[in-house]
Write a protein that binds this ligand. Structure first.
Ligand code: ADE
Length: 282
């Protein structure tokens, strides 16, 4: 994925979404600019040390000043850069709209399924143009183990509900959905909507990195007749509270993630799923 000189044995990566541009409470040890065969990631990657002396890598998906639109994020470079540093487990965060009454703005959802409504404009495979034909299993797009591990720490954020599962629609954007689209996604059984979990989760799978995503609801999207449709101002307001809760949840779950990533001889969390990649031709 990148020259060996980049490798740092940082096994845990965190991708911050809208509103989550840095991590507090951890000692920053290095900032690295990682050039990959797919170009530069959204931002230099911050490497921080935890209280237990392990390293984690943080990347702001849209850049720390939020300058990169969802459709323009270089997802391949983002995942490849983390992989090059040694990352085996990624916990991602993403602002989402809620498609369900019971998922209130401020609540978190541990996504377990995804519906892809991006429009084919995003580079979504490491194998494109390589001459290698490979197929990644994607029936379970996120790691159930990592999802459960984070869910176990939901008591760290008692003021909100952390929903243990949910289906996310990933749309193209940047404009939000129409009311008809929003209702269509509800009729499909979807729980939340965002603009980034595809192809990020797909590329993590191709790179054989364990991946889960914490969705942070900021609004009720456009389906609710009784509400104004989602506005940027609404999203921004809820986002500030969400970012604080995201940091609390991450710091609470981190010791368990570290244990699994650095000290588990079984490598339950870090081992690529059996059969996750099938190479047809090489
Ligand atoms: N991100 C935050 N709110 C959203 C919404 N309603 N639709 C798509 N992406 C979002």
């Amino acid at each position: 994925f990148a020259p060996n000189s980049i490798f740092r044995d940082v096994r845990i990566g965190v991708i911050g979404g809208t509103g989550l541009y840095s991590l507090d409470g951890l000692k920053v040890v290095e900032e690295v600019t990682v050039e990959t065969p797919w170009g530069l990631p959204s931002d230099p990657i911050t490497i921080a040390e935890t209280e237990r002396g392990n390293k984690i890598a943080f990347l702001a998906r849209h850049g720390r000043s939020h300058s990169v639109l969802p459709s323009e994020v270089n997802y391949r470079a983002n995942i490849a850069a983390l992989k090059a540093l040694g990352v085996q487990v990624i916990l991602a965060f993403s602002a989402v709209g809620s498609l369900r009454e019971e998922i209130q703005p401020g609540d978190f959802v541990m996504l377990d399924q995804i519906i892809d409504r991006t429009k084919g404009v995003r580079a979504d495979s490491f194998f494109t143009g390589t001459g290698v034909t490979a197929h990644a299993s994607f029936g379970e797009p996120v790691s159930g183990l990592l999802r459960a591990l984070v869910q176990n720490h939901s008591t760290a954020v008692p003021s909100i509900t952390v929903h243990p599962s949910g289906t996310g629609v990933c749309m193209e954007g940047p404009a939000f959905s129409t009311r008809a689209e929003s209702n269509l996604y509800r009729s499909w059984g979807a729980s939340v909507i965002n603009m980034t979990c595809i192809p990020e989760s797909k590329l993590a799978r191709e790179a054989e990195i364990t991946y889960a995503i914490v969705c942070m609801a900021t609004d009720y999207d456009a389906w609710r007749e009784s509400e104004e449709s989602v506005t940027v101002a609404e999203v921004m307001k809820t986002m500030k509270v969400n970012a604080a809760n995201a940091k609390t949840l991450l710091l609470a779950a981190l010791p368990d993630i570290e244990q699994a990533a650095y000290n588990d001889p079984e490598q339950a969390l870090t081992k690529p799923e059996t059969g996750s990649m099938q190479y047809a031709f090489q």
